[in-house]
Write a new protein. Structure first.
Length: 621
């Protein structure tokens, strides 16, 4: 009769029937109550089921184990509690059941643990997991995965490691993503012992970590100078026919280079290329500089070259890398040997080869050798300009400025114009040695060629005018101001201001706006300007700092506007546009309002800068 009431959904009659049994002092089977709860849940009437259990719980005469288990299980399947943010009610209910020695089934407990993790209730999930023996349940594989990911996301790497380790011991294997995330965190935090233990446990359980996980482990080991361990993992990957990543190779090579273990370095460099990774010029430079610091450096260098030539196809670029590395190691003799070997092997040196060879002589201050080498190319028009530039810059680097000036004159007479870097390095060295007359003569020549001053040269001139008045004296003495162009005239005034000769009528705090009319400002310009302002008191320097911050903020807002415009244009053209803020495409009215609000924000910042009312730290509402 009772079951019939439940099946026919006569819930009120069924409830009154059980209440009469209780009032008559008769025993009520917990499964009978569970039948009504089950019927309610099948109809989705979870609140009615909860109310009924609460009523009979207060009576204290009915076993609620079956009813609780079915109710929680149904809620979990329907995810009703998750949607209504009532997960804390579940935890309170589970705690109450535990205290009453009522234990839900394993499915219910695992679902609850997963939901706590999904909702980000880390502390609740942690407490439920730590109380698993009291609840009499063991997490399943999915619950372990959820918990490890949640703890990792919360920054509890150590705890996530313990949970993952326990999952292995229980025979559950995490997904590759879960394992990789935790391994990455352990490597990033330098927990090498824990990472070793994790890999060993995984291998014992026949779980093979991914190659990317091994790569991260290798790089972590290199960071703490455990190079041999990293090399062992690399060898293990090779035995498994797996390819170590290029970044892991670089870490190993650089680590062993610093340890002067060139044999391993050479093997790794060759292996790297055999595995399809193209080495960089910088890497060759580091390796060769390491070899050249050792005893028998020439022998070691030539052995590496022979290995390269015998085991791999060696093209012009690889020869160039050897020459470049030898030049940085200040071994032009070795660079020359490589240059001659490549010619004997039928490989014609290209422009880069000749530039690196010339640089190798200059870096070692073998000036006569550099001149002799350069003379071979004087008649080759295609190579001439870049080799001239290399020669001029190289001579300045080794403080041979007079030779550099001769090559500048020679280059101009041949109809070529030196690069900006040539003038930058030459003027910097001349200013450093106090030869300001020569600097002004160079500037006079540049003005005739309609040369536009770079920020580098302008900063050098302002810096040295701040240190000494000699530069401005030379400017006044040697400049023809009658035919001076506006920008050169403005530069002269700035040099006078920084020297202290020229008095400023306007607020010196706005001097950056004047400088910007002459050349583009950069961080070094602001540094020099702050040096000037500090002479007049720290208040002016503080005001400039505030304006620098505000200028950076306005630029950030402009970049934001540009990115919005680009995204909108791509949407209008029907191309794949990136997502705008909020994770959705903005079109039509929303897009226009977003664009307008950004423009308004920029205008507000610019106006507040002009008014001087904006603080760099307090955003105007």
């Amino acid at each position: 009769m009772f079951k019939s009431m439940c099946k026919r959904e006569k819930f009120d009659e069924a409830e009154r029937y059980l209440e009469r049994l209780v009032s008559q002092g008769k025993a009520v089977d917990g499964r009978a109550l569970g039948s009504i709860v089950e019927a309610y849940c099948k109809r989705g009437m979870f609140e009615n089921a909860g109310r009924l259990m609460e009523k009979f719980h207060d009576m204290g005469v009915v076993s609620l184990e079956y009813a609780y288990g079915f109710w929680l299980g149904s809620l979990a399947k329907a995810e009703k509690l998750l949607r209504e943010n009532r997960l804390m009610e579940v935890f309170d209910l589970l705690t109450e059941m535990r205290d009453d020695q009522i234990f839900p089934d394993k499915v219910t407990m695992n679902n609850a643990l997963c939901f706590f993790c999904k909702a980000g209730l880390v502390d609740v999930a942690r407490e439920l997991y730590n109380s698993r023996s009291e609840f009499g349940f063991s997490p399943n594989g999915m619950a372990y995965n959820y918990l490890v990911n949640t703890l990792w996301g919360n920054g509890s790497t150590e705890e996530a490691f313990r949970v993952l380790k326990n999952s292995f011991q229980q025979g559950f294997f995490p997904g590759n993503r879960t394992f990789s995330l935790l391994a990455d965190a352990l490597c990033r935090e330098g927990r090498i012992d824990k990472m070793k233990e994790l890999v060993v446990i995984a291998l014992q359980q026949n779980f093979m970590p991914s190659v990317s996980t091994y790569d991260k482990f290798i790089k972590a080991l290199c960071r703490v100078d455990m190079l041999e361990d990293g090399y062992m993992i690399h060898e293990e990957l090779m035995r498994m026919n797996k390819v170590t990543s290029k970044s892991a190779y670089l870490c190993l090579i650089r680590g062993f280079s610093k340890s002067n273990k060139w044999e391993i370095v050479a093997i790794l460099l060759i292996h790297m290329q055999q595995m399809g990774h193209r080495p960089t010029r910088t890497l060759f430079k580091e390796v060769i500089c390491c070899l050249c610091d050792m005893k028998d450096s020439e022998k070691q260098f030539m052995q590496l070259l022979e290995m390269q030539m015998s085991l791999l196809e060696t093209d012009c670029q690889i020869y160039n890398f050897f020459i470049y590395g030898a030049g940085h190691a200040k071994r032009p003799d070795l660079a020359r040997q490589v240059y001659e070997i490549m010619q004997r092997n039928g490989i014609e040196p290209n422009l880069s080869t000749n530039i690196f060879m010339l640089q190798s002589y200059l870096k070692s201050e073998k000036i006569s050798n550099a001149f002799n080498f350069f003379d071979k190319f004087r008649d080759r028009r295609g190579l001439q300009r870049k080799l001239y530039n290399t020669m001029i810059v190289g001579l300045c680097k080794v403080k041979k400025v007079d030779f550099a000036l001769e090559f500048i004159r020679e280059m101009k007479n041949s109809g070529s114009f030196p690069s900006n870097q040539c003038y930058e390095e030459t003027i910097k060295l001349l200013c450093k040695t106090g030869r300001f007359d020569v600097v002004i003569n160079l500037i006079n020549d540049l003005e005739k060629g309609d040369f536009r001053f770079t920020s580098f040269i302008s900063n050098v001139l302002l810096y040295h005018s701040l240190k000494s008045r000699d530069l401005y004296d030379a400017w006044i003495r040697l400049r023809d101001t009658s035919n001076e162009t506006s920008k050169y005239s403005l530069l002269g005034q700035l040099i006078g201001i920084f020297s202290g000769y020229v008095k400023v009528d306007q607020d010196i705090g706005n001097l950056d706006e004047v400088i910007e009319q002459c050349f583009p400002l950069n961080i070094y310009t602001y540094d020099i300007l702050l040096m000037l302002l500090r002479k007049g008191g720290m208040d002016r320097a503080h005001k400039l700092c505030n304006r620098i911050v505000l200028t950076a903020e306005s630029r950030r807002l402009l970049e934001k506007l540009v990115s919005h415009e680009a995204a909108l244009m791509s949407l209008e053209e029907g191309t794949a546009a990136g997502q705008l803020s909020g994770g959705e495409h903005r079109t039509g009215k929303n897009a226009d309002s977003s664009r307008t609000s950004t423009v308004v924000e920029i205008k507000e910042v610019i106006n507040s800068i002009k008014e001087g009312s904006r603080s760099p730290h307090v955003k105007k509402s």
